[in-house]
Design a protein around this ligand. Structure first.
Ligand code: FE2
Ligand code: FE2
Length: 187
């Protein structure tokens, strides 16, 4: 009998992604509770954690999940909207990782990112996921691919830093393309 690499009862792609969504919501909530009393270093550490989680989640959705979802439900508008939202969230993440936690715009930027992510997650869970559940997709195999890719991306981040998952800022002459554009081409 074939054995799977990831020994969990919950390999379903949608459950994995929903688990990520819930973890991120909890991280934002934790930040909201401590932001007024936390030291600058503590705030930066919490934000770094949430930014890493979001960047990995967005990358794995674009590289693995969205292309499969797009083939299964064929709704270019819904998928395109999701990719554009990822791009916008990435720009906020990029701004945050380079910002001093003492900056008066730090907390408002976290708040805008939180609201943005909340909206995006609702769209995925309410509009996209139910249609994918009905489509003929092997969600367990897809879940396994998601976990594998996430592991690879994590290794890349450990090696090169979170910047490898983020676009260059607008004024940066770095010619790397915005990673969300590559996903859009696959959609
Ligand atoms: Fe997403
Ligand atoms: Fe998601």
């Amino acid at each position: 009998m074939a054995t799977r690499k990831h020994k969990t009862d919950d390999l379903d792609a949608l459950s994995i992604l929903q688990g990520d969504h819930e973890r991120v919501e909890r991280m934002f909530a934790a930040y909201g509770k401590t932001r007024n009393k936390a030291e600058k270093e503590e705030k930066a550490a919490l934000v770094a954690e949430v930014c890493l989680e979001l960047a990995l989640h967005a990358a794995v959705e674009e590289q693995v999940f969205y292309p499969a979802a797009s083939r299964a439900i064929g709704d270019g508008e819904l998928m395109g909207e999701a990719v554009v939202e990822h791009g916008e969230a990435r720009h906020l993440i990029h701004r945050l990782v380079g910002m001093d936690p003492g900056d008066p715009l730090y907390d408002p930027t976290v708040q805008v990112l939180r609201a943005y992510v909340h909206h995006h997650v609702q769209e995925e869970q309410d509009k996209m996921f139910p249609r994918i559940r009905k489509a003929k997709l092997d969600l367990e195999a897809l879940g396994e691919t998601i976990l594998d890719r996430k592991g690879e991306l994590m290794t890349e981040v450990e090696d090169k830093g979170l910047e490898c998952l983020l676009p260059p800022p607008a004024h940066d002459p770095d010619p790397r393309p915005d990673p969300s554009l590559a996903a859009l081409r696959k959609v």
